[in-house]
Structure formats: structure tokens, C-alpha cells
Design a protein around this ligand. Structure first.
Ligand SMILES: *Cc1c(COP(=O)(O)O)cnc(C)c1O
Length: 381
């Protein structure tokens, strides 16, 4: 089976992890800060806080922005469940904003309308989480304008968008957001096996993220409520977690990030070949606006005839092609239905879901495998 996504591990990656295994520190050593520095350099963000998953990073991002019971957080229904669950961990209520039919990203016209209605009811959200589906950034400039007008904070769930750009700026620069989150799960752009990162330009948010990832414990005398008792002394200032990344993971990520440009270029080449060879087929390929660079974590096609999606999907799997669907709308999950959501709530998201298939895309996908995928798909359509 050709998978839809797959990690790419080189001899250098293995050597980097092995070097940590033979060093003094498997965790809380020098490699996590080096990995964080690398991401500040890649994105231009002032602070990077590495953690053990993007889910943890989203949770900490919500906490750092003050999300708590009674808070309102809005996000996209076309995402992995973690984009919404992070707010639920904090006891907040979650709502969704319908998506654009082409990109599956948050629709800013729908968002404006929903914000205007919410303002009349005095029920504006504290935080909006924008998801860059497949590695294509949302229109962050417009979202930033809305945030100023309606007074909410922005988290970018850029789990798919490591190496992507918006208006020629790297995603992760946080130019238009408070915090950006990346995922390093093996199917994503680069991997640490499990891992994630939160980036920000605000020192107070960075400090909150750092404290919360490690039990809320500080060793900084300036943050303590009484003088240190001795060199061993630390204080727990808040209720934090153990969300730390290990140095083994950071070594893998640091090694992988050194070839990020090559990985993105390869993904773009493969995506361009899909676009070129699927011309004329009864489907739509992704559209990338000027100024944006899509990292192509996923290559999502939308079938013209959604009644055939299931049959086409099953036939592709039968032909050894590991297609997938990203995503089942979050609001239709039983957990969210229990909270009052139902089918019909976000029609664009549901229509998008019903016609999409994610085709295999990863750096080691060969051109002949890709030709086989294209030929099989075209024959089926
Ligand atoms: C993968 C993913 C996550 C969660 O990432 P983990 O690192 O597995 O926790 C969150 N949001 C989106 C959009 C994702 O694709």
C-alpha cells in the first residue's frame, strides 16, 4: 500500500539521535533549546517553546491566553479534533465557523457575520484558532483586522504548515497572531516522532508557555514569593503539566529541519505534477493564492460528483493507494453532538467533507507511483 504520508529518515537523522543517546542528557539537555533557536531563525518569531505534541502546544496556547471555564473559543470544523479539544481542556465553550468551499479554511465572511451577531448578544469569543488546512495559510492579515475590531486573540494551528508562507512571510512569524503551533507527528512536514512547538513574539506569553510545560515550576529568584532557601530551591507558581520534549526528539527534529527547504520543494514538485496530470479530470485541485506558499502537508482533491466519493475511495484503496479523508467535520463527532452540534450546522464544511480525498504525498513518493495514482484515479472518474 502506498501510504498517504510517510516520514523521511536519513543517516544524518539517525546519527543525531544516536549522539544524544550517548550524551549526558536524554531530556532537558542542550538540544531542545537548539531546536527552538532553529525555529526562531526559520520563522522570525522571537520565542519558540518545544513540547511533546501539537495537542499539548494548543492546550498551553489556550491557557497562556487566559482561556478558562466560561471562555468562548471558535475554530474551524474542518480540522483534526485537537484544534477544538484544546479549548475544552480549559473548560471553555467551543463554537465553529464555516469554511471556504475551495480551501476548507475558515471563511472570513462567515466569521465577520458570526462576530457581528455575537456582539449583539455580548458573546464574542476570546480566542479564534485558525487552521491552515493542508499547509495553506488562512488570510491572516484579514483575520488580524477582525481581531482588532472585535477584540479577540489568535492562535494559528499551523500543524500542517511548517515551511509555508503567507504574504512572503514564513508561517510561524506570528506577525498576525498571538501564538502559532506546529506539529512534528510523523505524517507532518518534519518529525520528532511525537512533538510540537508554540511560537510567539510576546515575552509574557513565552514565559507562560515555558512554565506550563513543566509543572508551573520556576527556578528564577525574580519570580519567587520568598528568597531562595538554597541552590536546590524551586517554586511551583501555577498548576502546570509535564509536556516537555526530550532531547532525543529535538535531535531528530533539528536534523530534519536542516533540510526543510528541500522537503518543501519536493512536496511542491509532486503537487505541481498532480495539478498538471489531473487537468480535465472530474475534480478540483487545491488553489494557492499569490503570495502564499503551501507546504502541501496534504494534497486534497474535491470530486465534482460527491455521490461517487465512497466508491472511488474504496477502489483506490483496493488498488493499493492509501488515500485518506481530512477531515470528518469536528462538529459531527459524537462528543461535539453531545454538546449540541449536529449535521446541518456548517453546510460548507459538510459539503467539503463529502467530496474530498487526500492523495498520497511525501518526499519519497516516486514519479512512477504518482503516475499510477493519477492513472487509477482518472480511470475511476
Ligand atoms: C496533527 C494535528 C494536530 C495534533 O498534532 P499532534 O502533534 O499529533 O498532537 C492538531 N491540529 C491539526 C490540524 C493536526 O493536523
Amino acid at each position: 500500500m502506498i501510504p498517504y504520508g510517510r516520514q523521511h529518515i536519513t543517516a544524518e537523522d539517525i546519527a543525531a539521535v544516536q549522539a544524544v543517546l550517548q550524551s549526558d542528557f536524554l531530556t532537558q539537555g542542550p538540544v531542545v533549546p537548539a531546536f527552538e533557536q532553529q525555529f526562531c531563525a526559520l520563522t522570525g518569531a522571537r520565542y519558540a517553546v518545544a513540547v511533546n505534541s501539537a495537542t499539548s502546544a494548543l492546550h498551553l496556547a489556550c491557557l497562556a491566553l487566559g482561556v478558562k471555564p466560561g471562555s468562548r473559543v471558535w475554530t474551524s470544523p474542518i480540522s483534526f479534533v485537537a484544534s477544538a479539544n484544546c479549548a475544552r481542556y480549559c473548560g471553555a465553550s467551543v463554537d465553529f465557523v464555516d469554511v471556504e468551499p475551495d480551501s476548507g479554511n475558515l471563511c472570513l465572511a462567515s466569521l465577520r457575520q458570526k462576530l457581528e451577531e455575537a456582539r449583539l448578544k455580548d458573546a464574542l469569543p476570546e480566542v479564534v484558532i485558525a487552521v491552515h488546512l493542508a499547509g495553506l495559510s488562512c488570510d491572516m492579515q484579514q483575520l488580524h483586522h477582525l481581531a482588532a475590531e472585535f477584540d479577540f486573540r489568535i492562535i494559528e494551528d499551523a500543524s500542517h504548515a511548517v515551511g509555508a508562507a503567507f504574504l512572503e512571510q514564513p508561517v510561524g512569524s506570528c506577525q498576525y497572531s498571538d501564538i502559532t503551533v506546529f506539529s512534528f507527528h510523523p505524517v507532518k512536514i518534519i518529525t520528532t516522532a511525537e512533538g510540537g512547538m508554540a511560537l510567539t513574539n510576546e515575552p509574557n506569553l513565552a514565559r507562560q508557555l515555558q512554565l506550563l510545560r513543566s509543572h508551573g515550576i520556576s527556578r528564577d529568584p525574580d519570580e519567587m514569593t520568598e528568597p531562595a532557601h538554597g541552590p536546590w530551591y524551586y517554586q511551583q507558581l501555577q498548576l502546570g503539566y509535564n509536556y516537555r520534549m526530550t532531547d532525543l526528539q529535538a535531535a531528530l527534529g533539528l536534523s530534519q529541519s536542516q533540510r526543510l527547504n528541500a522537503i518543501i520543494e519536493k512536496r511542491q514538485q509532486l503537487a505541481a505534477r498532480y495539478q498538471q496530470h489531473l487537468v480535465g479530470a472530474a475534480l478540483d485541485c487545491p488553489i494557492v493564492p499569490n503570495g502564499s506558499l503551501c507546504s502541501y502537508h496534504l494534497f486534497i482533491v474535491r470530486l465534482h460528483d460527491k455521490t461517487r466519493r465512497k466508491a472511488v475511495f474504496e477502489a483506490l484503496r483496493q488498488a493499493g493507494i492509501g488515500v485518506n479523508v481530512h477531515y470528518i467535520p469536528i462538529h459531527t463527532q459524537p462528543y461535539y453532538q453531545q454538546l449540541g452540534f449536529d449535521w446541518g450546522d456548517f453546510p460548507n464544511a459538510e459539503d467539503f467533507y463529502e467530496r474530498i480525498i487526500s492523495l498520497p504525498l511525501y518526499p519519497e513518493l516516486t514519479e512512477s507511483e504518482q503516475d499510477y495514482i493519477v492513472a487509477t484515479l482518472k480511470a475511476l472518474l
